[in-house]
Design a protein. Structure first.
Length: 94
């Protein structure tokens, strides 16, 4: 059996992948965003649509960078907690 580290290395684990349950807060919010985008897009001319597309792309990039930053900070924090717990177990055993 492969270890969690090996599974992570070989991309058998996707820590950033998540499934969305129908009717969840995320699902409902995403549907609202799509509705708003469609309503807004129908009122824009071609030049405004292009500007909105650029805005949306930049916002998506920022969200991806933020998600990556939060994931790496959380991963580092988890490692520090694990190391501290291991040190505590050593102190108690020793």
């Amino acid at each position: 059996m492969k270890s969690t580290r090996e599974n992570l290395y070989y991309s058998n684990i996707s820590p950033y992948a998540q499934s969305m349950q129908r009717g969840s807060v995320i699902d409902m919010t995403l549907k609202r965003i799509v509705e708003y985008e469609e309503a807004l897009s129908s009122q824009l001319n071609d030049e405004e649509k292009e500007l909105f597309r650029k805005f949306d792309d930049a916002k998506a990039k920022l969200m991806a960078l933020t998600a990556c930053e939060h994931w790496t900070q959380g991963f580092s924090l988890g490692l520090r907690i694990g190391m501290e717990a291991a040190d505590t177990v050593e102190l108690l055993a020793g």
